[in-house]
Ligand binder design. Sequence first.
Ligand code: URA
Length: 211
Amino acid sequence: MPTPNLTVLDHPLVEHKLSLMREKTTETAKFRLLLREISLLLAYEVLRDLKLHDVEIETPMETMVARKLEGKKLCFVSILRAGNGLMEGMLDLVPSARVAHVGMYRDAKTLEPVEYYFKVPEGLEERLCVVVDPMLATGNSAIAGVERIKQAGARDIKFVCLLAAPEGIEAFSKAHPDVPIYTAALDRELNDHAYILPGLGDAGDRMYGTK
Ligand code: URA
């Protein structure tokens, strides 16, 4: 079933770098670097509709009316821990953005998200909140994370991941039909342990070498 609020950002550079990330022989440092590079490319697309306004500036040659970002405040919301890999690259592109951290882990038995940390900047209601989590598998953590920032006031929200499973897309769009989803790839399915197939394994473990 088509999901109207799903965008698959299938740029050749993204696809190439993602293929390198998927390979099991790609080591931790390279994996992290690739994730950072992809996050820049994703941010470029996801933030395409940021508003600009006219400002008068002086070039070395003359005065001109140029355009700069209007200044709608931005907040990147990292779903810990793997969200940090996407968030840091995006922060390189928009260094003035605020950052929120939502700590969620997946209970191994129930697969339900358990919150262990929540810290967000003030004024979420005025900000565009870009929630990042590389793997949209069951969608449980992403759904709970978005729910928490809505409770804290966020209204204008986008969700960005690297890989998504159809199960996660369906659950997320049912829970948050108002939140557009951006992903670099839509994979086939989840396995019995809720890992994405073909996927890339555990994103957090591969980023931090914890396996
Ligand atoms: N989280 C991961 O890191 N990988 C998956 O495949 C699913 C959830």
